[in-house]
Design a protein around this ligand. Structure first.
Ligand SMILES: [Fe+2]
Length: 219
């Protein structure tokens, strides 16, 4: 029979496990959905890319409608945020007349319907093999869905005040209003398609996706 102190320590391990699980669920929600990776990769090639650096972040910050934006993470790695060129985002079409983006458009429209919002911004992101993304909070974004196209071997890392979570995923809703980053990219260059929610919080989007999954199962 377990002694009182053994029971207390088992209970402490159990409550710690539950606490970690709740914290993790506040950071990332992985889910399954069909999407055409090859088509998204083709569409990603239609854009010009630029580094996500101090200048870019300040520009987004200037036009952001979020009251949660905080650029103080830059102070921790000032030089990296000023100089980095390995993490980039697509920002404009190479040819404005070539606007053939059926899969990007389909996914954007689908999640507008699921969440009941018009405030979703689609972007492609690239990260070079052998490089990392320093810890940050996404500017102008409350939460985001990432669709991995290439380089999914590398996880996302959430740095909570008293816990670190490192998670691999293929498609996931991420609470990018919490501190997060990407460890050194292994395998191959990373390419992902991101839907950024500018007005809807993580919990709201998560519940909408869960409801959609439930409706789909019942149909
Ligand atoms: Fe991010």
């Amino acid at each position: 029979m377990a002694t009182t102190s053994q029971s207390i320590s088992r209970f402490a391990i159990f409550t710690d496990h539950i606490r970690r699980k709740i914290k993790l669920e506040n950071c990332i929600f992985k889910f399954k959905i069909d999407y055409d990776k090859e088509q998204l990769e083709k569409e990603s090639k239609l854009f010009h890319y630029k580094p996500i650096n101090t200048e870019t972040l300040n520009n987004i910050y200037d036009v952001s409608e979020s009251d949660k934006d905080d650029l103080s993470f830059i102070q921790k790695d000032t030089t990296w945020w000023r100089d980095q060129e390995s993490w980039n985002t697509g920002y404009k079409l190479k040819d404005e007349n070539v606007n053939d983006l059926p899969e990007s458009q389909r996914l954007t429209d689908l999640f507008k319907r699921i969440v009941g919002t018009e405030n979703i911004k689609p972007n492609f992101f690239t990260q070079t093999k052998g490089t990392e993304v320093k810890t940050h909070i996404d500017v102008g974004t409350l939460c985001a869905i990432n669709f991995m196209i290439k380089g999914g071997e590398t996880p996302v890392r959430f740095d909570d005040a008293d816990a670190v979570f490192v998670e691999n995923y293929t498609v996931a809703l991420l609470n990018v209003s919490k501190n997060h980053g990407v460890p050194v990219q292994t395998g191959e260059d990373r390419l992902l398609f991101k839907l950024r929610f500018t007005h809807n919080k993580y919990e709201e989007v998560k519940e909408a996706i869960k409801q959609y999954q439930l409706d789909w199962m019942m149909a």
